[in-house]
Design a protein around this ligand. Structure first.
Ligand code: FDM
Ligand code: MG
Length: 221
């Protein structure tokens, strides 16, 4: 039996990523939606504390490693579902891991990052290290929109990272870390309705999934 496909939806905050990821999951069968961070696991609970409590003392390097460890908590489940022929839709994954930490490298704003040495945060090899060996997405769709439009959309809550100047930095970092490959597509959702974006993503999945070699084992990062 051919394996299933690993489809990653990445995107900026307020890009409609989670809405689109659940919609795509409902159109694919059999399918499972996996959201990162998964806040229900032992490590996910710590991450939730880190995101929601700005006085939770965790340095940036440790936080980065926890987000990766959270992906490792789901590693066996992802392999097992793929081997059973499931489509897995991921809502955030390794590129969020890279972009958000990289964005902290020289960001000075309050409440985002810890003090101390930040040398490693600017080193892509260091950042990617802990994710090496995780399953590599077959297809990545990155939802982007311009910053002006982000600020017009519904306001942020008050989790860590939810502030406009930081989001500008995150966007630049995503564009820097996303590989320039045919199976990584950037979709500008600006000015489009939810339905228009869904249709565009669906068309991309249909055209790209023909080229996914599901008789070969999933590649690893
Ligand atoms: N985030 C998410 C990271 O900083 N690193 C990661 O590896 C991942 C998966 O966590 F600000 C950040 C991105 C976001 C925050 O994500 C919570 P959700 O999608 O808003 O729950
Ligand atoms: Mg959020």
């Amino acid at each position: 039996m051919p394996r299933g496909q690993l489809i990653l939806i990445e995107g900026l905050d307020r890009s409609g990523k989670s809405t689109q990821a659940s919609y795509l999951t409902s159109k694919l069968s059999p399918s499972k939606l996996i959201k990162f961070p998964d806040r229900t696991t032992p490590i996910g609970k710590l991450i939730n504390e880190y995101l929601t409590n700005k006085s939770f003392a965790l340095n940036d390097q440790s936080a980065h490693l926890l987000f990766s460890a959270n992906r490792w908590e789901l590693n066996e489940e992802i392999h097992s579902l793929l081997n059973q022929g499931y489509f897995i839709v991921l809502d955030r994954y390794i590129y969020s891991g890279l972009a958000y930490t990289l964005a902290k490298h020289d960001f000075q704003g309050e409440g985002v990052s810890s003090g101390g040495s930040k040398k490693q945060l600017g080193d892509i090899d260091w950042l990617l290290g802990p994710d090496k060996g995780l399953p590599k997405p077959d297809l990545t769709l990155f939802l982007t929109l311009d910053l002006q439009e982000i600020s017009k959309r519904k306001g942020f809550g008050d989790e860590r990272y939810e502030m406009e100047q930081f989001q500008a930095r995150v966007k630049q970092c995503f564009l820097k870390v996303l590989p320039k490959e045919d199976n990584v597509q950037i979709v500008d959702v600006g000015g489009k309705t939810i339905e228009q974006v869904s249709e565009e993503l669906w068309n991309l999945i249909v055209s790209k999934s023909k080229h996914i070699q599901t008789n070969n084992p999933i590649e690893l990062i």
